[in-house]
Design a protein around this ligand. Structure first.
Ligand code: ZN
Length: 186
């Protein structure tokens, strides 16, 4: 069974944490040996967009070259951790603005991918670019459009990005209307 084990010290009192199965539970939880607090850990949501420009053969997608670790220098769709107080769609839009400085019209959810190994769920929304002017933030070295034949398949930062791009270009090739894809990575 997978355990994220994010805690070494208690966020409440700073005491040492041990992973134990609490009474009436069936999983190991971060349990403070000092104050007895139990800290539950659940999967984290990563939200992003698949920003598209143009139609048919001229279709291009927006990728960002990462200026931060992990995966410095590799290409990703704009995405990041969902924050408290925002919806998944708002988070996806915010990340697109922060990482690429791209103006988009957000579409429906396109890809939901479970990455159980690292305790994450990645959500990518369809998005239509409203302009080709980008203003990348500090987490991005470069933001640019790619035609399918230009895609840097061997320099993609994350497998969820690869999977989402594969679905998009396959749907387009088969003339399928964009519909939600869901799956598991790992
Ligand atoms: Zn404690």
């Amino acid at each position: 069974m997978f355990h994220a084990r994010r805690y070494k010290h208690c966020p409440s009192c700073g005491g040492p944490v041990e992973y134990r199965v609490p009474a009436d539970d069936n999983r190991e939880r971060a349990t403070c040996l000092n104050c007895g607090s139990i800290h539950y850990e659940n999967p984290i949501n990563v939200v992003g967009t698949l920003p598209v420009w143009g139609e048919g053969e001229a279709t291009q997608v927006l990728l960002c070259k990462r200026a931060i670790e992990p995966r410095y220098g590799l290409w990703t769709l704009p995405a990041g951790f969902l924050e408290l107080g925002e919806t998944a769609a708002q988070g996806a839009q915010r990340e697109t603005d922060e990482e690429a400085g791209a103006r988009i019209e957000l579409g429906p959810l396109y890809c939901l991918l479970n990455v159980v190994q690292v305790g994450q769920i990645h959500l990518f929304y369809s998005a239509r670019l409203l302009s080709t002017e980008f203003n990348p933030g500090p987490e991005t070295l470069e933001a640019r459009l790619f035609h399918e034949h230009e895609l840097p398949w061997d320099q993609l930062a994350f497998r969820t990005v690869r999977r989402t791009l594969q679905h998009f270009f396959e749907d387009r090739r088969l003339g399928r209307p964009p519909a939600l894809h869901s799956g598991d990575i790992g």
